[in-house]
Design a protein around this ligand. Structure first.
Ligand code: H79
Length: 426
């Protein structure tokens, strides 16, 4: 019954629902932005360039012949994909999406259609995707490739969007798509076994005819999950709010918020505006309570190291998830439109109350008419919490411990009987 209800809500066909199930249960992914821009690290010719680091070529209007030599400084000798994947797994991450090629056109894989890739242009000289895919498979982590199809500032015809700044970028966009983007997408979908996600970016200037160039390849991968950024009105499987938590989610659509931990996707040596672990844990909770996934970014250095600040935050998320995983993975959205103290997630006859603002009197009101069989902290499941009824509004009242168990997010599990009956607020 519950499964049918989910299908009906989201207007999905059975095949689509089946394809999306692992993704819906996964909730938490790690984005990796990595490329030649990581070597510039936010600075060009001694000047700190404002904005997101992976855009530095565009923002600083760096000509191609000045940008390309930086590939010699992209030499990730410290790259340890097994360690990255284990770190992500310990953080509670279920899938990883890496920039196979960002807007600067630099491929992290061995592409046969260009020399502008890690094998031909960087001293490292080896495909970076292959060992990451292997490590993910070994650890049971799903793998996705980000691919910038509509912007490629280092191949002629690929810089149509947002103008171009170097005559060497002149060219026809369709020729670029036919000669670079389409064959490269075929490469990344063919050379690494089954890939779980293809993350397009961005739809601008992608007419229907241009987007359709990719269709023959996509049709060969029916289980591939794609986002809504191909363009040409192709909706893909997922909505992609960027850098924000949507107020209500996207009813009837799968969705995923992608977000940075500081103010850049690609590594910038001097960006230290890190979000706190508390903010990140609460973002994950809030997104999941609205039915979405959280794709949280790391930007490794050109040497191949994930910044310490990112590792610390991921570890804190993993620590919290270790205790509270049951309230995140495989859950559905909150049935309550609003809870003054926090958020809610659900799994069948169980609600998980995520307490952000601990009630001053330690009493947690639950606006539902159902009998509660059992309530307890996920951190201490063997100790049942007292449940009473508020005579005035018939809400159930859970008696919490006086001392706040977790100031970031204390999760209370509530097992209830019968069909959920919410008491609307007056
Ligand atoms: O890959 C990450 C970003 O690089 C990419 N999407 C995420 C996942 C992205 N593409 N476009 N944008 C984000 C937003 C673009 C903002 C812009 Fe600008 C405003 C482009 C030009 C003006 C910011 C400010 C970047 C350059 C100046």
């Amino acid at each position: 019954l519950a499964i049918h209800a989910v299908h009906a809500q989201s207007n999905e066909s059975t095949a689509e629902a089946k394809k999306m199930q692992w993704w819906k249960d996964a909730k938490f992914g790690m984005f990796i932005h990595w490329g030649v821009y990581s070597a510039l690290a936010g600075t060009y010719e001694g000047k700190k360039i404002p904005g997101i680091g992976e855009w530095i070529m565009n923002t600083a209007k760096i000509p191609i012949d000045k940008y390309k030599p930086y590939a010699k400084q992209f030499n990730p000798v410290k790259y340890n994909p097994e360690a990255w994947v284990k770190m992500a797994k310990n953080a509670g991450v279920k899938y990883i999406v890496i920039t196979s090629k960002h807007h600067d056109g630099f491929a992290l894989f061995d592409s046969k259609v260009t020399d502008w890739d890690v094998v031909d242009a960087s001293p490292y000289g080896k495909d970076l995707l292959k060992p990451l895919v292997a490590a993910c498979r070994k650890e049971g982590i799903r793998i996705g490739f980000y691919y910038s199809q509509a912007q490629d500032w280092n191949h002629p015809g690929g810089a149509a969007i947002n103008g171009h700044w170097d005559p060497a970028q002149d060219g026809d966009m369709d020729t670029y798509l036919d000669n670079i983007a389409v064959p490269q997408v075929r490469e990344i979908l063919s050379n690494y076994g089954n890939i779980d996600i293809l993350w397009w970016d961005t739809p601008k200037d992608m007419t229907k005819a241009r987007a359709e160039k990719f269709m023959p390849i996509l049709k060969q991968h029916p289980n591939l999950i794609t986002n809504n950024r191909l363009g040409g009105k192709f909706q893909g499987d997922t909505e992609t709010p960027e850098q924000f938590v949507p107020s209500t989610g996207f009813p009837g659509r799968n969705w995923e918020t992608c977000m940075t931990m500081n103010d850049t996707w690609g590594y910038k040596s001097y960006d230290s505006n890190w979000k706190s672990s508390k903010t990140l844990i609460r973002n994950l909770t809030e997104i999941v309570s609205k039915g979405g996934n959280f794709l949280l970014n790391v930007g490794p250095t050109a040497e191949g190291e994930i910044p310490k600040a990112s590792i610390t935050r991921l570890a804190a998320m993993g620590k919290w998830l270790h205790v509270n995983k049951e309230a995140i993975y495989g859950t559905t959205a909150s049935p309550f439109p609003y809870l003054s103290y926090g958020r809610c997630t659900r799994k069948g006859q169980k609600l998980y109350l995520h307490v952000f603002d601990y009630p001053a009197n330690d009493l947690l009101g639950v606006p539902m008419a159902n009998k509660i069989r059992k309530a307890y902290l996920l951190a201490d499941p063997s100790k049942p919490l007292l449940v009473t009824i508020n005579k005035a509004n018939q809400h159930s009242v859970i008696h919490l411990p006086k001392k706040i168990p977790d100031t970031i997010n204390t999760v209370v599990a509530v097992e209830f009987e019968g069909d959920l009956k919410i008491i609307p607020s007056p």
